[in-house]
Ligand binder design. Structure first.
Ligand code: NAD
Length: 389
């Protein structure tokens, strides 16, 4: 009989939806499942939003008091899907209560917060995961497999981008993502960290960076509380405006510890780019190219191909590729954002069931935070900046 685990999910917004969908679907895809997720308690800021989240996301109970919920003996797992300012407090309390934790990215607003979270989960000896789900895209995991097998040789260069346009309109609302005290940073923490995670997953540790950041849109219309409106709705140039005190754009060079070099670009203001999370990597035996907007495909070029067949070819991911045994039985049926969260959920439950830490975990979340910190420092000083160890 597969064990059932009770989940307390803190936050019922955008990521609440993604995580709840994954809890419902994971055993349908991965069977036998490593554990059965039971959606026990949904916590949100007020009674109405908690009750709405409970119904919508299929939880048994609703609550507005995460402190009481994470202390409850019948809760096995705490899932943190709140804005970044509450990750540390909730995670530390959950660790002290002995709960396994999955926390959305970025792990924290600062290196200090991330370190305190890491110390807490290590002291409590609980399972911990940070939700960088894009590395669970089968094509991304396939890129890693090719790299591990040496099929593109020694990596020389990583070019990563994360371009979106949901905040390109200056009259898009002042989401919490534009406030330093809630988000920690702007494009760097929100989407740049996804690229950092890709770079670490595929290439290795980043030693130093030389970065520029820019804030072009300095005020935005205030949004009335509740779930983040992102940029898609409620556009109005007439109401009161608030200050944007985080970066809009980031561009950085990177030196990796293994001698590779690279670059990272991230912005939420690039008109025409939707979720353009890409990497292009070349090694001394070939190249790999990925674009999340075409997430079932991996472009590969192997230098030892016959000279009359040189060029990129497209591999469509399917059953022969990572996670193929759990996802769909035919290549090209297509996976979406939810599938990356279903795979993430599977790997988290596998870790909980076996007691072996998953990857990426809070160690990765902490290191990513150190890299984000170096990027922000370098942008301030204009100097090459070492990532703290
Ligand atoms: N992995 C990804 O691709 C990805 C994508 C989007 C967001 N995120 C991350 O997920 C986290 C949540 O972002 P989101 O987009 O879901 O935000 P959101 O604004 O859509 O939802 C946040 C929810 O948390 C609730 N909340 C806020 N503070 C709370 C508290 N103290 N206690 C209980 N509930 C609280 C809000 O009322 C809201 O329902 C952030 O850390 C964000 O960076 C990750």
């Amino acid at each position: 009989m597969t064990k059932t685990y009770n989940i307390a999910m803190i936050g019922g917004g955008f990521m609440g939806k993604a995580h709840a969908a994954a809890y419902a679907a994971m055993p349908m895809f991965f069977w036998p499942a490593p554990g059965i997720p039971h959606r026990k308690v949904l916590v949100d800021l007020n009674a109405a939003s908690a009750e709405e989240g409970r119904q919508r996301f299929g939880f048994e109970e609703a609550s507005t008091d995460w402190r009481a919920i994470v202390a409850r003996p019948d809760i096995d797992i705490v899932d943190i899907v709140t804005p970044n300012d509450s990750h540390a407090e909730i995670a530390i309390a959950a660790a002290k209560a002995g709960k396994h934790i999955i926390c959305e990215k970025p792990l924290a607003r600062t290196v200090e917060e991330a370190k305190a979270m890491l110390d807490a989960v290590q002291a409590a000896n609980v399972i911990h995961m940070v939700a960088f789900n894009y590395r669970r895209t089968p094509a991304v995991a396939l890129a890693r497999k090719y790299i591990e097998e040496g099929r593109i040789g020694r990596i020389l260069n990583f070019r990563g981008t994360y371009l979106q346009d949901w905040s390109a309109d200056p009259n898009g609302p002042l989401s919490w993502r534009f406030s330093k005290n809630i988000a920690g940073s702007g494009a760097v923490g929100d989407i740049g960290t996804h690229v950092v995670d890709m770079a670490r997953y595929l290439v290795g540790e980043v030693a130093s960076v030389n970065a520029m950041t820019q804030t072009y849109i300095k005020t935005r219309p205030l949004q009335a509380g509740g779930v983040d409106k992102l940029g898609a709705s409620d556009k109005s140039g007439n109401g009161p405006r608030g200050v944007v005190d985080v970066d809009d754009e980031v561009l950085t060079m990177m030196r990796f510890e293994n001698g590779a070099i690279g670059s990272l670009e991230a912005t939420r203001n690039a008109y025409g780019r939707n979720n353009y999370l890409t990497f292009e990597i070349h090694g001394d035996k070939g190249s790999i190219l990925f674009n999340y907007e075409r997430r079932d495909e991996l472009q590969v070029m192997f230098a030892d191909d016959p000279s009359d067949a040189r060029g990129f070819r497209t591999v469509y991911t399917g059953p022969a590729h990572p996670y193929g045994d759990g996802l769909w039985p035919i290549p090209g049926l297509g996976i979406g954002y939810t599938e990356t969260k279903i795979v993430e959920c599977h790997d988290f439950f596998k870790a909980v069931a076996t007691g072996v830490q998953p990857s990426p975990n809070f160690v990765d979340g902490y290191i990513t935070e150190c890299i984000a910190e170096a990027i922000l420092k370098s942008a301030e000083t204009g100097n090459w900046t070492e990532v703290r160890k």
